[in-house]
Design a protein around this ligand. Structure first.
Ligand code: COA
Ligand code: AMP
Length: 635
């Protein structure tokens, strides 16, 4: 099949409003938009101004009304609890409607915030949908974050209710959520009115009678008495959710997602980018705590009438490197979306791909990768072993869907290894130098996107409109600054090479080194520190800390490292994967006092580096090298 990409992209560019107006016909609106795009609204214009709609209605009820109530909406596959269960669209609607009723009883109404802090269980998806059913704004917090991160989000979002669970299950370890929840609420100056807590068999928890409601009891009672909730109409420009993502400081950024544009964009991608038909099964092996989980575990597949897999397990170790193939076989998965790190983990354990041949993958058509740079070796391995297209695509929490990719539904174009494809319709991507001038094809620079962002693009940051401007809009006027550096080649392929800020990507998880530095610097023995991302064969990058102790402090390095590792784990969470902190006498800085993190990172990676012209004392770089060598971290 030849690709219709070029003509589709050209059609969008010639008439963006016509393009998205047509795409919007795939969504059921309560009232139509007065304008597909209103350039005078918001910072750079808003999509579908005047329309009213409901996301939950489009994900669930409308499929039931169309006679597809018996089709599978959600498959829960949990090797860590040895459970598989399925919900049809009718069953999921009943669950979500009852849950919305419970939430309403707890005082949740349109516009209220609800924090969801849950493991990968169906109830996490139901919770998201129940919020959208009420027009409430959810904010899902990844279960790998510790109480401190949860507290920051409670403080910023001001949730009326928090939905959580007694525990999450990591291989070999039960993560008790309730103590983290209680601690976060204790610490936060803003308190929720109530908590809805799902008790799990692996570890039940004590409920606080005046605050906590048992999830299962409340929902079962609502189902049994036939109590549900209608889908509340909200404006297309009302927020559907807030998703906090790492920024350059310890204060995460609350990315706000529009309701109407979000649905239009995701529905378009399900057909055109992922090439799925309604009724097929789509599996995003991520977590609902990340944007991939929002868009492609919850909303995208359901909007399109597809079944979605909620997988509570890992690519390896639950029980082995055949886990993904087993899930694909058992649930007839048509497309899998995951991070390259998952494939690196599988490849490491089963380099010959022998387990692949022991499963029936006849329904499986395409593998999609995103979340971090796909190294060509991993893609080649996956292509060869799976004998199917492997599509890399590039996106961010801020956009909610792929900025560049290779649209299988339009017919894939030639894959170039190392490139996550070409710009998707909606994204006018350029590469600029630091002064804002376009660079020639093939030249490294700042990747920017000409405004407006397409539907689903974030209109602002929650509670931080100024930060929205300063982080994304001011540096290159008229463009959205992605904070990714890369190139566009002469054929229009995009290559993402690095972040231009202090974000690192660890196992597909976006983490702020600045946030880790804030935690380390809070240790009473630490004078100053720097955290960089060191290249890692499995996780892409791993955080690596350097610290200088206060004058007069004589601590055993191993002991202090243990304390710092524990501190980061306790404040940010296990997901930070912070394992190494090295003592140095001094940190390399410019004469104006800026820590030379980029140079430290190059030394740690064993890469060539130029002596920074403004360096204060070049000898410090030797001290950094020595610290790494002392721990055999460089050759
Ligand atoms: N709740 C609690 N803890 C969690 C967690 C969660 N939801 N998710 C991860 N963690 C913990 C892990 O148990 C681990 O703890 P440990 O230090 O005690 O071992 C720590 O956070 C680091 O996790 P991770 O970096 O994911 O490493 P891992 O060794 O557990 O797994 C992979 C490695 C590659 C198998 C795993 O990262 C993976 O499957 N990645 C897929 C990529 C992905 O999902 N990306 C999301 C964006 S698309
Ligand atoms: P997140 O907001 O968590 O989805 O992380 C977004 C960041 O992950 C981007 O800014 C990139 O740095 C990186 N990223 C996502 N997808 C890709 C990809 N396909 N190739 C390279 N980097 C990617």
């Amino acid at each position: 099949m030849s690709s219709a990409y070029e003509q589709t992209y050209a059609a969008w560019k010639a008439d963006p409003e016509g393009f998205w107006g047509t795409a919007a016909e795939q969504i059921d609106w309560f009232t139509s938009a007065t304008s597909v795009f209103n350039p005078d609204m918001g910072v750079y214009g808003r999509w579908f101004d005047g329309a009213t709609c409901n996301t939950c209605y489009n994900c669930l009820d409308r499929h039931v009304e169309a006679g597809h109530g018996d089709c599978i909406a959600l498959i829960y596959d949990s090797p860590v609890t040895d459970t598989v269960s399925r919900f049809t669209f009718a069953e999921a609607t009943a669950q979500v409607s009852a849950l919305a009723h419970v939430l309403r009883g707890m005082g949740v109404a349109k516009g209220d915030r609800v924090i969801i802090y849950m493991p990968m269980v169906p109830e996490a998806v139901f919770a998201m949908l129940a919020c959208t059913r009420l027009g409430a704004i959810h904010s899902v917090v990844f279960g790998g974050f510790a109480a401190g991160e949860l507290a920051t989000r409670i403080e910023d979002a001001g949730p009326k209710v928090i939905i959580s669970a007694s525990c999450g299950i990591e291989p070999g370890r039960i993560v008790a959520y309730k103590p983290l929840l209680d601690e976060a609420i204790e610490v936060a100056s803003v308190k929720p009115e109530g908590c809805l807590v799902l008790q799990r068999e692996a570890l039940a928890c004590e409920l606080i009678p005046e605050r906590d409601v048992d999830y299962a009891d409340a929902v079962e009672a609502a189902v049994a008495s036939g109590q549900g909730t209608e889908c509340v109409a909200v404006a297309a420009t009302d927020p559907a959710y807030i998703l906090y993502t790492s920024g350059t400081t310890g204060q995460p950024k609350g990315v706000v997602r529009d309701t109407g544009g979000h649905m239009v964009a995701l529905k378009w991608t399900m057909e055109h980018h992922y090439g799925l038909q309604p009724g097929e099964v789509f599996w995003a092996a991520s977590d609902v705590g990340w944007v991939v989980g929002h868009s492609y575990i919850c909303y995208g597949p359901l909007l399109h009438g597809c079944g979605t897999v909620v997988y509570e397990g890992k690519p390896v170790g639950t029980p082995d490197a055949g886990a993904f193939w087993r899930v694909i076989q058992d649930h007839k998965v048509a497309a899998l979306f995951t991070a390259p790190t998952a494939f690196r983990a599988i490849k490491k354990e089963d380099p010959q791909g022998k387990l692949i041949d022991t499963y029936d993958l006849s329904h499986f058509r395409t593998l999609f990768l995103a979340g971090e740079r796909s190294d060509p070796a991993t893609i080649e391995w996956a292509q060869e072993k799976l004998d199917r297209p492997v599509i890399d695509h590039w996106w961010q929490t801020e956009t909610g869907w792929a900025m560049s990719g290779n649209p299988v539904g339009l017919g894939a174009f030639r894959i170039k290894l190392g490139s996550p494809g070409k710009p998707m319709p909606g994204y006018d991507i350029h590469v600029l130098d630091d002064d804002g001038n376009p660079v020639p094809p093939g030249t490294l620079g700042n990747i920017v996107c000409k405004l407006p962002l397409p539907p689903s693009g974030f209109p602002t940051l929650w509670n931080a409109p100024e930060r929205f401007l300063s982080s994304y809009m001011n540096e290159f006027p008229g463009y959205y600054a992605t904070s990714d550096a890369g190139i566009i080649d002469e054929d229009g392929y995009v290559y993402i090479m690095a972040r231009t800020d202090d974000i690192i990507n660890v196992a597909g998880h976006r983490l702020s080194t600045g946030a880790m530095e804030e935690v380390i610097a809070s240790h009473p023995d630490i004078a100053e520190c720097a955290v960089v991302g060191k290249a890692d064969a499995l996780k892409g990058q791993m955080p690596l800390g350097f610290y200088v102790t206060n004058d007069g402090v004589a601590r055993d390095g191993a002991e202090l490292e243990k304390e710092l590792v524990q501190l980061v784990r306790a404040r940010i969470g296990a997901v930070a994967a912070f394992k190494t902190a090295l003592p140095v006498q001094r940190l390399p800085k410019t004469r104006s006092g800026k820590v030379l993190r980029g140079t430290i990172q190059k030394i740690a990676d064993g890469a060539d580096y130029k002596m920074p012209a403004a360096i204060d004392d070049p000898a410090i770089l030797t001290e950094v090298t020595d610290a790494l060598a002392a721990r055999s971290l460089i050759g």
